[in-house]
Unconditional design. Structure first.
Length: 142
């Protein structure tokens, strides 16, 4: 249902070529994922959805079977860096790239902060690395 509503929302925008939205960023989940408002969902569906920055991977901040303590520390730093950059920005636009959700039900896209891609900021500051689905998991710690 969520995917269908998202597709119906995005089709008119694909035709007009508009991909940037002035949606509010509600919170930073981790270095490469934020939660944004989603006013395009009809009630009673909650009006928020996760947006993952496409084509990059930041270290995980939650410990798990495959996440080492040193990666968690890097992940916390990446999340704090992302939060700082978003909070410092005067103008923030959400760029939705495509109409498909990832395997975790997140939109894929980018955040444009004062005209600069968050994806590029994270890469430039070594808080994330380029990555695409199907690539091997990035090893943050040796």
């Amino acid at each position: 249902m969520k995917k269908l509503l998202l597709l119906l929302f995005l089709i008119p925008n694909l035709v007009t070529g508009e991909y940037l939205y002035n949606y509010k960023i509600l919170r930073v989940i981790d270095g490469d994922t934020v939660e944004i408002e989603a006013p395009f969902f009809p009630k009673p569906i909650r009006a928020k959805i996760s947006l993952r920055i496409k084509d990059i991977q930041a270290p995980e901040k939650r410990l798990g079977k495959k996440v080492k303590e040193c990666e968690k520390k890097l992940g916390l730093k990446a999340a704090l860096f992302t939060e700082k950059k978003i909070n410092e920005g005067q103008k923030k636009l959400i760029k939705i790239e495509g109409t498909r959700l990832d395997s975790f039900g997140r939109l894929l896209g980018d955040i444009i902060i004062d005209g600069v891609s968050l994806r590029d900021i994270l890469i430039e500051n070594q808080k994330a690395r380029y990555w695409k689905p199907g690539d091997e998991k990035i090893k943050w710690c040796s």
